[in-house]
Design a protein around this ligand. Sequence first.
Ligand code: MSP
Length: 652
Amino acid sequence: MSKGRFYITTPIYYPSSKLHIGHTYTTVAADAMARFKRLTGYDVKFLTGTDEHGQKIEEVAKEHGVSPKEYVDKIVDGIKKLWETMEISYDIFIRTTDEYHERRIQQIFQKLYEKGDIYKSHYEGWYCTPCESFWTETQLKDGKCPDCGRDVELTQEEAYFFKLSKYQDRLIKLFEENPEFLLPESRKNEMISNFLKPGLEDLCVSRTSFDWGIKVPFDEKHIIYVWFDAVCNYITALGYPEIQEEDYKKFWPADVQLVGKEIVRFHTIIWPAILMALDIPIPKKVFGHGWILLEGGKMSKSKGNVVDPVVLVERYGVDALKYFLLREYSFGQDGLFTNEVLLNRINSDLANDLGNLVSRTIAMIEKYNGGIIPKPKTKGEYDEDLENLATSVWSKVEERMNKLNYSGALEEIWKLVGRTNKYIDETTPWILAKDDENKDRLDTVLYNLAESIRIISVLIRPFMDKTARKIWVQLGIDEGQGTGWEDIMEFGKLESGIKVHKQPPLFPRIDVQKELKELAGNNKNTEKNESKNQKKENKKSKKKKEKDQISIDDFAKIDLKVAEVIEAKEHPNADKLLVLQLKVGDETRQVVSGIAEHYKPQELVGQKLILVANLKPVKLRGIESQGMILAASTKDKLTLVTADIESGTTVS
Ligand code: MSP
């Protein structure tokens, strides 16, 4: 009987041609949890997918000379193949370009618009294209994106906004009343002090300066902000809002949403606020895991310091890689990856501890009992200790897994691996085998070893499914013969009389020095390729730069005029905007400008500024702006460009 339902999600991945080991970390962790919950009796839905819209994808596709859809289609196939290689047992793979998702996002957007939680206004601020994030001037770090440290672009456009600020108090309450909502604890403090306490601003949720996205259903020149579209995948994949009777009803709210630490903000502030606005439940838990770092910092394709999971899987097998990732690092914290740490971990835990235990036991059953698992007979010292541990590990694993403590769960399992190896040394079967009088005791020892290995094989199923199955082949059992979770609460379930089958070692011992050299050689090749790629990139960016240059004719299209401020007032609906009346020759122009944090209205009267006079008028928070004034900005200061020349003069 099912213990209930369990819905787990990974973030949906940006279609990148090379997902690295850091990306696989989230899916490997989610996969182990999904398998664990299935094994322990839950009805599981495990969601992953791809996040395919946005300015960044549009730009990359353009560079490749293909349409965004052609570009993503090819890459998404590669991502699906990678998950196949990594044996990721997802139930749903959502693409944000799936027609059903696009339709449901429009329905959600419409719903919030009708409710008044989405409204039209004007955006003026900074945008980080690689992160697809909006930032205010004060949030920037040294003028760069505070998340990734890259350049940001000044963006000014008419846009729809989501009333995020309206949900500020409810969000603070959510954190206060649900200590388990965001884990680990440190991330919660970060969200509260960095974002919630300073005050939330409404979130810009549409763009007009590019096309690749889902159209705002009632205003087609706008496309929906990619993060709004992306976070909602967790419910559109279940049918919301169209079909609420089936998966959505059964699986929402999610039990666990796994995300890397850099996207916690989107998942624990923006995402719950959208759900609050929709009046639907908030996920039970969001876990913000740490990063896998390399010596030079975070892995990134642009830095050329990525570790390719496929190379590691080809050399050491998928189970070794999955085990390593979940055992070596503490899930909530950052961890350093080196080939040496990986190889040593495989040798010690997998080749030595587990691999040797299985091969020694099978070899002894072959040698001392003709390959048949004997019936246990004479009890002896050490048996009870082994049995007690073997039948109690499952509850410790459950406890650790429910806290997403993967490393701790594996540590508990390895205590049994270690205890069983010790049992061999304590009972010395090779000495018992020398004397026929000890045959009954030898039978018990051999049986206990095989039984303990069966229990270990079930315990490792969520993490290393292939290895568990290989062990069953060696023990001569099939799935269903003592391989379920409930079968490991009791010692003695393994049938006697079954024939074992010796197989090659589960994890061949690695010659670390030799392997390190080969991997370094591999890296050099990759570096060579990467420097080739870099050259290509440089060429491309040179071309792009050339393409980005404008001709004198283009420049001549911009009509710059000297304009004198004759009146300046605060904007009635926006703290950051001022409304200026400018005298441009004989004409008067009204301009709305985002300079209120830098200038007081009275300081401006009489100043002669430079106006872009032929800009198409737009309404900014309800007031028409007929042009734009020029300013220079440094990190936290903005200075208007002034000219002591008669108003109306053309600047060229
Ligand atoms: N598309 C967004 C997520 C949208 S969810 C509504 C995104 N995609 S991503 O491809 O950049 O990242 C996917 C996952 O990989 C994230 O959880 C991210 O934290 C994780 N990782 C990427 N590099 C990583 C490391 N070096 N180490 C650990 N995890 C990292 O973000």
